[in-house]
Ligand binder design. Structure first.
Ligand code: LR7
Ligand code: MN
Length: 584
């Protein structure tokens, strides 16, 4: 009997103990846990030390490397407010010059404090998380820069120093990627030499952001590497959630939420809502999109990490050991572009996870336009495609006929890395990590330029209203150029005419009471195709619109004289005959 009651008590104790573990875990980070993580948790010190820790000590642990100077109530742009200078004459000219030089309003940036405060942007629940500072890994923050303006660069540095707990920040490593600007030479050296924990190293030639970052990483002493662009501002508390997640799961690569800092007014835009995650389109351009439902279901709380198929590239943390295991970066990539998707594919395909932590907010100044040439991006993307995308690289090449001709160097070593790490195929990545992405069929003879037979050298052409919007505009006919992009269409086995070089994808349809072809959003994967988006592409080249039972015909607009595809009663004429051509 005594034995039995002992067993009974032991069982109760166990239940209570595991209940406690689960609960304390939720308080701590609300992070996801699978069985593997729970196993780790069991062996760790219970969290009593926390309960006893008094508030004062906790505040002490949070102390940043530097405190912000007292707030000047007349200072511009504090709390991330927009600044409108309303300049005239000479001053206006100076402002414009600064914009033309940096593609950022650095004239204004220079007038905003390097220590400005930001308004809270996170989900309020993030403020309730308590961290065990003694247990979090330390990080080296690596910031590569090329010809950056003084104030945007130094605001980044101060912002890191003033928002990162001293106990968690190993160092800030600035890597000068062979900048030409005078202010980045002696003056910068002198300025940062007075700052605690900041080191400046310089490349001996222009390396591009990949090798510049690696130069920084090679000197880093922290357990975790944190990369930032050189025009960022960190939100209070941005670092702890990321480090906590990496402590919990070493193979997690974690990005902060990237908020926008306006290049003209320096307004800090961003909200505490659900952040967006990363994707890509078949030109291998990075895209933002909303968190899909399946991922919302997987998450345990609104402050749990969000899995993301890809990352924007500039802002993330990774365990130094794991980064090296994964093969750091492809050093064959030059200047800018491609490395972000390459790394994203590699993380997922080789067994890691890529996540956004909703409690970590960092602002980034998106310039008006690229401030330096980005022509290497094409070769970099081709390297990524050649190493990671298997047969799916063809979908990319179809949409970028130029890419196939681009010299991309040698990728043997990267393929060997993939072999060595026994990484999964791209198909696995598409099906499991990014199932929302529509995978084109590209059936032979059914993609490329959609040409008319009667109107010589005229092709379907669509100019979307903006980079991330595809719907609403009319499809027109335009002299065929063979460069993909706006003239790339795909006819699918579901009878859709898809405009799928970019995300989200557009599908040709016909407006009510109209003869025109307009672009609509395509159905989501797995949904049925609306009848209005169905066209029967017949053997003889006729394109029959299902709902109206009319045929697509090339015709000049009576008012404008511009050619366009319109619906007309079906006839056996060449103006109603269409064919696909892959290249011109
Ligand atoms: O030759 C170079 N050497 C450098 O050191 C070119 C650039 N750089 C530095 C540069 O000074 C900056 O600090 O590298 C960093 C990134 O360059 P940016 O700021 O010109 O790039 P971006 O912000 O326009 O581009 C995004 O995509 C890039 C693809 O190569 C990088 O991954 C950037 O880090 C990335 N930025 C972000 O993810 C911030 C959010 C933007 C979005 C979406
Ligand atoms: Mn940037």
């Amino acid at each position: 009997r005594r034995r039995k009651s002992f067993l009974f008590l032991a069982t109760i104790a166990c239940i209570l103990y595991f209940g406690f573990l689960l609960l304390s875990k939720d308080v701590e980070g609300g992070s996801s846990h699978n069985s593997k993580e729970l196993k780790v948790e069991k062996h760790e010190v219970p969290r009593e030390e926390f309960v006893n820790e008094n508030e004062l000590d906790y505040e002490q642990l949070k102390k940043p490397v530097y405190e912000r100077p007292p707030l000047d109530p007349s200072a511009l742009g504090e709390f991330g407010k927009a600044v409108h200078l309303n300049l005239e004459g000479e001053e206006k000219k100076l402002e414009e010059e600064s914009i033309n030089k940096h593609q950022i309003n650095t004239y204004l940036s220079d007038k905003i404090s390097l220590h400005r405060r930001l308004e809270e942007r996170w989900n309020p629940m993030c403020g309730d998380i308590k961290f065990n500072y003694h247990r979090l890994p330390k990080t080296s923050v690596i910031i590569a820069f090329y010809n950056e303006a003084w104030s945007t660069l130094l605001r980044t540095v101060h912002s890191v120093l003033e928002t990162s707990p001293d106990i968690l920040l190993e160092e800030v490593i600035l890597v000068d990627d062979y900048s030409e600007k005078e202010h980045l030479k002696q003056p910068l050296q002198e300025y940062v030499s007075k700052l605690r924990k900041v080191r400046l190293i310089r490349a001996n030639k222009r390396e591009g952001l990949v090798r510049a970052r690696l130069l920084g990483a090679s000197q880093a002493r922290g357990e975790v590497l944190t990369f930032l662009d050189c025009h960022c501002e960190c939100h209070n508390g941005w670092l702890e959630p990321i480090l906590e997640r990496i402590r919990e799961e070493e193979t997690a690569v974690v990005c902060p939420v990237i908020d926008v800092i306006d290049w003209h007014t320096f307004e800090y835009l961003g909200n505490s809502g659900i952040p967006q995650i990363g994707g890509f389109d078949w030109r291998l351009v990075f895209t933002w999109h909303v968190v899909p439902e399946r991922e919302q279901k997987r998450r345990r709380s609104s402050i749990d990490v969000i899995r993301s198929p890809t990352m924007a590239g500039g802002l993330f943390s990774v365990s130094k050991k794991y980064f090296e295991y994964l093969g750091s970066y492809d050093t064959g990539m030059e200047v800018w572009g491609g490395e972000n998707l390459e790394f994203s594919f590699r993380i997922w395909q080789c067994g890691g996870t890529l996540e956004v932590h909703p409690c970590s907010h960092v602002g980034h100044v998106f310039p008006r336009q690229a401030p330096y040439s980005r022509s290497k991006a094409l070769a970099n993307s081709v390297r990524a495609a050649e190493v990671w995308m298997d047969e799916y690289k063809e979908l990319y090449y179809h949409r970028n006929p130029h890419a196939r001709l681009e010299p991309y160097g040698d990728v043997t070593e990267r393929r060997q890395l993939r072999e060595k790490l026994q990484c999964k195929p791209f198909k696995w990545f598409l099906e499991n990590i990014y199932p929302e992405l529509h995978v084109p069929e590209d059936m032979s003879g059914y993609f490329g330029m959609l040409k008319n037979k009667g109107m010589a050298n005229h092709c379907f052409d669509y100019n979307p209203p903006s980079e991330n919007e595809v719907t609403g505009q009319k499809i027109i006919l335009y002299p065929c150029h063979g460069m993909g992009q706006n003239q790339f269409f795909e006819y699918t086995s579901y009878n859709e005419i898809r405009y799928n070089t970019r995300q989200p994808e557009g599908c040709a349809a016909v407006d009510q009471d109209s003869d025109h072809l307009t672009m609509y959003l395509c159905r989501e994967n797995g949904q049925e195709v609306p009848e209005n988006q169905q066209f029967i592409f017949k053997e003889d080249g006729t394109l029959l619109h299902q709902r109206t039972q009319k045929c697509v015909q090339a015709e000049r607009n009576a008012q404008t004289g511009n050619p366009e595809p319109v619906l007309r009663p079906c006839l056996d004429i060449d103006l109603q005959k269409w064919f696909f051509q892959e290249r011109s």
